[in-house]
Structure formats: structure tokens, C-alpha cells
Design a protein around this ligand. Structure first.
Ligand SMILES: NC(=O)c1ccc[n+]([C@@H]2O[C@H](COP(=O)([O-])OP(=O)(O)OC[C@H]3O[C@@H](n4cnc5c(N)ncnc54)[C@H](O)[C@@H]3O)[C@@H](O)[C@H]2O)c1
Length: 342
């Protein structure tokens, strides 16, 4: 159930059914968003559990710490978890809720653009494991997702751009009107993006068919994110997906005959947001090795979502190692041209 600021009463009615309410958040979201949330919702009896921000904390160690806390405070099957934060908190909080006592109810209150329009919706939960993105996880749907744009006032610009990339992705695979998105008008596109994501999830919650189109740009994107996670120059999820979208479009031109102008259109959109290089150099062999272990790939081939045409995605396109490597190589060459343009 999608709720907005106008539905606070409905939200409170959901919450009051539970014996305890545990609010999971990270340190940044606690500082920037909890005061605002407490102005809207009576949080007096909530038990606040705070984890450290950053993708390096999206792991089983953090899960274990939170589980211990849940036991310490006597959380029960009749308790509710509220995940207040970005995709890190909604992914990890949803996962914890899905395994604690074989599953307790949870709601997501996303505070980043990316989490509002993507991560908090659709019930994919999980953590990274052995450097692989989201390798351990579950499908578990929240009771509700509460979308409040006001949280975005404190979100750093880089994180806003990260969310916009996922929204642009919807423009390529679902609805071209998302491509009109800009830094000035993005708030108008939040609810359309929320409903786009929800409608795809309603068709295919477990990612067996229709939902796979949302993985557009993620095969390479996730591998780069995993590769750089410990690096001091680590990238946001959206920045990695932006690089992944380039690779997917490049492969679409080569393998599915996509009109090259669409790749050109993507570069224009990219420049509208970034106008700079995202990644200077990466070890292609390491990225390829991480991609080989992606759960979407098997039989020694990579499975990409590619485009035949705008809003005409094709799922499960088999791509050989060499073709995928050439795409990453082409992406790095393009990134170097961004450096030269500066
Ligand atoms: N489950 C899914 O379907 C799905 C989809 C896409 C992405 N994801 C996952 O989401 C994660 C990325 O999510 P994200 O981009 O929201 O990153 P994030 O949760 O790491 O948040 C980014 C940063 O912003 C801070 N922050 C959050 N809200 C803030 C606010 N309102 N003001 C100031 N700072 C704030 C956070 O503390 C963090 O430092 C990745 O782990 C990715 O794998 C999941």
C-alpha cells in the first residue's frame, strides 16, 4: 500500500495494531529525517535502532547486531519494524523483518529519492555478501510504503542524482515521459515513478519475467558497485547504474540493432545530470569476475536486459564474456572522453 503525507492517519492506524514499534534507521537519516518524521507521526513509544550509513555496512554483521537488539528489547511476532532511511535501510530492515521469528511486519519510510522511487517498493530485501551485491536476501512485502518528499530537502545533491538515474531508467524501459526529468522538476516525477515500479512488481513480484526489465543497466552497474565498495572513491548506486546503462545500450546497438541515436540521446541526458566523468579507471578483469558471480548469470553466459527500441526491452539476452567485456571497455573509453571534455 502506497501512502503519502496526506495519509498520516492511515499510517498511524496501521502502527497502532502492534505491541512494539522498532524504528530502524542509519545515523544520517536519524539526524536529518527522524525529527521531521516525529513532527508528523507520534514516535514517542518507538524504540529507535540506529545502524551506520554506507554500503559497506549492508552485511550480515549489521543484521546480527540488529537481531540481538530485537531480542534484547523483547520484540515479538506482534511487533512492527519501520525502516526510515535510504535503500540501505529499507533493504536491510526488510530482510531482518523477514527472518526475525520467521517474519514480522514492516513498513518502509524511504528518505532518499532512490529509495522512494525504487528500493523501498517491491519487497526485494537483502544484504551484500563476500563482496557480491544483494547475494543474501528474501522477498518480503512491506505493509505500507510512506512517501514524504520533504525528506529530500536534506539529501546531498549527489544522492539526488543517484535517484534520478533509476527514474531515467524507467524512461528507457517503460515510459518516455520520465526522460523529461531534470533537477528542477524531479519532484513532479516521484509519484509517477512510484506507481510505475509498483505496477511492474504487481505483475511479477519474484522477478521471474516482467520485473526483470527493471534490471536494465544493473548487470554491469552492480559489478562496478561491488568492485568499488571498499574504495575511497566508491560510487553511489545510481552512478554505477548510469555506467551500466551505457553498457546495456552499447550492447543493444551491437546485438539487437538498436538505433545508435538512442545511445546518443542517453549521452545527452547523462550530460544534463553529470556533465563529468564518474569513473576514471577500473580493473576490467575484476569487474568481469564479479559479474560472473551475479545471481542473474549462469551457464557461463551473462544475462542482460537490452533494448530493441525505446520502451521495448528484451530480458534474458545471452551475452558472451567477450561481448560484455567489450561493452565495459567501450564505457571506460567514453568516460575518458568526459575527462577530456572537462
Ligand atoms: N530492493 C530494491 O529493489 C533496490 C532497488 C534499488 C537499489 N537498492 C539498494 O539501495 C541501496 C542504495 O540506496 P540509496 O541510494 O538510498 O543509498 P543509501 O541508503 O546508502 O543512502 C545514501 C546516503 O544518504 C543518507 N541519507 C538518507 N536519507 C537522507 C536524507 N533525507 N538526508 C540526508 N542524508 C540522507 C544515507 O545515510 C546515506 O549516507 C543499495 O544498497 C541498492 O542495492 C535496492
Amino acid at each position: 500500500m502506497i501512502l503519502t503525507k496526506n495519509d498520516i492517519d492511515k499510517f498511524q492506524n496501521i502502527v497502532k495494531k502492534y505491541d512494539k514499534v522498532i524504528l530502524l534507521t542509519d545515523d544520517n537519516a536519524r539526524r536529518c529525517c527522524l525529527p521531521l518524521f516525529s513532527d508528523l507521526v507520534d514516535t514517542n513509544n518507538y524504540i529507535v535502532v540506529t545502524i551506520s550509513h554506507g554500503e559497506t555496512n549492508k552485511n550480515l554483521r549489521t543484521v546480527s547486531k540488529v537481531l540481538k537488539k530485537l531480542i534484547e528489547i523483547n520484540a515479538s511476532r506482534h511487533s512492527l519494524m519501520i525502516n526510515l532511511g535510504g535503500g540501505l535501510v529499507t533493504d536491510i530492515g526488510g530482510f531482518i523483518a523477514s527472518i526475525f521469528l520467521r517474519g514480522v511486519d514492516f513498513v518502509n519510510v524511504p528518505t532518499t529519492l532512490l529509495a522512494m522511487t525504487d528500493a523501498a517498493i517491491g519487497g526485494k530485501t537483502g544484504v551484500d555478501f563476500m563482496n557480491y551485491k544483494n547475494l543474501v536476501g528474501s522477498f518480503a512485502e512491506p505493509q505500507a510504503i510512506l512517501i514524504i518528499n520533504d525528506f529530500l530537502m536534506t539529501l546531498p545533491k549527489r544522492e539526488l542524482l543517484s535517484g534520478m538515474v533509476e527514474m531515467i531508467k524507467y524512461g528507457f524501459v517503460i515510459d518516455k515521459k520520465m526522460l523529461d526529468l531534470s533537477e528542477d522538476n524531479y519532484t513532479d516525477f516521484i509519484m509517477p515513478a512510484v506507481f510505475m515500479k509498483q505496477s511492474i512488481v504487481d505483475l511479477d513480484m519474484r522477478d521471474d519475467s516482467a520485473r526483470k526489465i527493471l534490471n536494465f543497466g544493473h548487470t554491469v552497474g552492480h559489478a562496478i558497485e561491488s568492485y568499488l565498495v571498499e574504495d575511497e572513491n566508491c560510487l553511489s548506486h545510481g552512478e554505477c547504474v548510469a555506467l551500466g546503462i551505457y553498457c546495456s545500450l552499447w550492447l543493444s546497438v551491437k546485438l539487437l540493432g538498436l538505433n545508435k541515436e538512442i545511445l546518443g540521446q542517453y549521452l545527452q541526458i547523462y550530460n544534463r545530470f553529470f556533465n563529468r566523468l564518474i569513473v576514471n579507471d577500473i580493473n576490467i578483469d575484476k569487474v568481469m569476475s564479479i559479474m560472473t558471480h551475479d545471481k542473474k548469470n549462469y551457464d557461463g553466459k551473462y544475462r542482460f536486459v537490452l533494448l530493441k527500441d525505446m520502451q521495448n526491452p528484451v530480458i534474458d539476452v545471452m551475452v558472451s564474456f567477450d561481448e560484455a567485456k567489450n561493452a565495459v571497455d567501450a564505457m571506460l573509453k567514453w568516460q575518458k572522453t568526459c575527462l577530456n571534455d572537462k
